[in-house]
Design a protein around this ligand. Structure first.
Ligand code: ATP
Ligand code: MG
Length: 613
């Protein structure tokens, strides 16, 4: 391809809103242009790399037996009303009407579309497992699109959906998707960190996210220094660490020696820091108690002390009754924080948030700041595991300006449920090996997820099993964002001059730069193009009438892995030569045309094949 015949508008200027390297470089190298906030057009150079990522993903999906289909981007609103997500998805869902007034959504993801497709076709267990995928446009009305195509409103996702007769089959395909993801990211030249992820409220039983480390990542990851444990903070667990004082005392059976519970005056002292100062003690000797409101709780609450039944509604088919709204008290050691994602998972709730002040007053009978588990019987009390190790604690006394001290678990209070709901932090101990955990910021590129029966039951997908009985398939879903993957490759592979593409995703393999495209130089360049293209390589010939320096800068910016420079002087020598340089190398080498072509062809073919085996 001749540069003069393509459309690669490179820029020296950086757009003002481009704060990360990939955004700046995609813009400057002429890969993308912005149409509007969160909407980007791919220009020819950008699209070439985009298609390579797409094809790698397609090859790996095909290799695990997933079958490509192409549903529409516009999905009937009815399907989203059936699944309940018409309402629950909120403002990110773009809803539109057609000329007849019928509702549609612009697909932000496609569980409903695939479930509906399968519902109409599935009749027998013999059709299972059914493994389908698409590579298609998604739209999410993100509040704050940013970082270029990393978080845009319109983007392309590979989303696969699988339907199975049993958990074993689901697990097999889930594992196969996980292995395919590892190959996909390796072939794209990406270092990904697979982490355990929150599998959400509804029925999910396994979930893994594929993260890249990133300054701008909006996920916190916890990794173990000693083993390969890695988890999203939303899911991360740690070894239980009773505060040293209590664990030692407990070990000696000290609970019996704790002085009796005592109510004390704590005028105007509300925060744990203020109380610590007043009582000359540490936060870890407090029991912090928070009142939470949870929506759509699926956990069975009948019999939970203090639980009052709220309004209910019965969803379409099969899934358990859903409680609309419920309140809980959550008690945790004073130096720790409650992790709302873990809490939501324990309660099987679609959403949890701190209760409003008026609810706190109603529930605790005191202003905010005096809640505690002792004597609290208006809502179910959930204890973080750490609290069961506390036998001499300070906690709110459900009265303004009053606290208890010497509160002991088992003696002065218990809870309805004990669970791990703490936010794990750097320095905590690995749940697997006890090693030290540390934190990284990560950006999610892909996600694999066991959905279970959430959609198949709520949308009534069934089949007849080998005994002629009706069964619901269990389901998995598996997504990768192509645009974000592409941008992440640039984040990992660039320098101050531009992109340094890994060969499998480079827009071209070789850039040929004639100092002046005429005479013997032109002949040599044309030969190189013809021969390299014949060997299957993709070549960009910079035939523009520009200064060599301009062409060099553009080649560096575009990040094409190999550069050949042809000039009169080197070609006129006894043995005609050209300058050859890898984008990642500092200095060019003089090589004969044959030598250059042989070395480059061999290297490109080797690197294209790597990861395929
Ligand atoms: P995030 O937490 O970053 O919003 P998500 O959890 O909403 O991601 P999924 O619904 O799991 O993402 O979508 C699968 C993949 O689609 C993500 O891993 C990501 O690569 C991509 N993706 C999601 N939202 C966007 C977006 N706004 N722009 C570009 N890619 C996106
Ligand atoms: Mg999102």
């Amino acid at each position: 391809m001749k540069y003069s015949q393509t459309f690669i508008p490179t820029l020296r200027e950086v757009p003002g809103d481009a704060v990360i390297a990939s955004h700046r470089l995609m813009f400057r190298s002429g890969m993308i242009r912005k149409l509007s906030n969160g909407l980007f057009a791919y220009l020819p150079l950008g699209l070439r790399s985009f298609r390579k990522v797409e094809n790698i993903i397609r090859e790996e999906m095909d290799a695990i037996g997933s079958l490509e289909v192409k549903p529409t981007v516009l999905i009937p609103g009815e399907l989203w009303k059936e699944s309940g997500r018409w309402d629950s998805m909120g403002e990110a869902l773009l809803r539109v009407k057609n000329r007849l007034g019928a509702d549609f959504v612009v697909s932000p993801t496609a569980e409903e579309a695939f479930t509906s497709l399968v519902r109409n076709e599935l009749s027998s267990y013999r059709q299972l497992p059914l493994l389908l995928y698409q590579i298609n446009t998604k739209y999410r009305d993100e509040i704050r699109p940013r970082y270029g195509v990393m978080r845009s409103r319109e983007f392309v996702m590979k989303d696969a959906y699988s339907f199975h007769a049993d958990d074993l089959s689901l697990d097999e395909h889930y594992q196969a998707q996980g292995r395919a993801y590892r190959r996909i990211f390796r072939r794209c030249g990406l270092t990904v960190i697979p982490v355990k992820a929150d599998s959400g409220a509804m029925g999910g039983s396994g979930s893994e996210e594929f993260m890249v480390e990133s300054e701008i990542g909006d996920n916190t990851l916890l990794l173990c220094k000693s083993c390969d444990y890695a988890a999203n903070v939303e899911k991360a667990e740690c070894k239980l660490d009773y505060s040293p004082r209590f664990s030692e005392e407990l070990a000696r059976g000290a609970a019996n020696h704790t002085p009796p519970l005592e109510k004390i005056d704590t005028p105007e002292l509300k925060t744990i820091e203020e109380l610590c100062g007043f009582l000359k003690t540490e936060a870890e000797n407090f029991i912090k108690t928070l009142i939470y409101r949870a929506v759509h709780v699926e956990l069975d609450l009948s019999g939970a002390p203090g639980y009052r039944e709220p309004a209910k509604h019965r969803p379409a088919t099969g899934i358990p009754e859903i409680q609309e709204e419920a309140f809980f008290a959550v008690a945790i050691r004073g130096d720790l924080d409650v992790n709302e994602a873990k809490l939501a998972a324990v309660l099987k709730a679609s959403e949890v948030s701190l209760a409003a002040d008026t609810d706190v007053i109603r529930i605790t009978g005191a202003p905010v700041g005096f809640a505690g588990p002792v004597g609290l019987n208006t809502v179910p009390v959930l204890l973080d595991e750490t609290v069961t190790g506390m036998n001499d604690a300070v906690t709110g006394a459900l009265e303004k300006d009053k606290h208890y001290r010497h509160a002991a678990y088992g003696r002065d209070f218990t809870g309805w449920l004990t669970a791990d709901v703490r936010t794990v932090k750097a320095g905590d101990r690995c749940p697997i090996c006890g090693g030290e955990l540390y934190e990284k910021k990560g950006n999610e590129l892909g996600h694999i997820f066991k959905l279970g029966y959430k959609y198949t039951k709520s949308m009534g997908v069934s089949y007849l099993d080998e005994n002629g009985k009706t069964g619901f398939p269990t389901m998995g879903c598996y997504g990768i964002g192509l645009d974000r993957t592409l941008a992440s490759i640039i984040e990992e592979h660039h320098d101050e001059k531009g992109i340094i593409w890994p060969v499998p995703v480079a827009p071209y393999h070789v850039s040929i730069i004639p100092i002046k495209y005429q005479g013997a130089v032109k002949d040599a360049c044309d030969t190189l193009v013809t021969e390299l293209e014949r060997a299957g390589l993709e070549v960009l010939l910079d035939d523009r009438d520009e200064r060599a320096g301009v062409k060099f800068n553009d080649a560096d910016l575009m990040g094409i892995p190999w550069r050949i420079v042809a000039g009169d002087k080197n070609l006129a020598a006894d043995t005609p030569r050209v300058e050859v340089k890898r984008r990642s190398e500092k200095e060019p080498r003089l090589m004969t045309l044959r030598g250059a072509m042989a070395e480059i062809t061999e290297a490109v073919q080797r690197e294209l094949a790597a990861g395929r085996e």
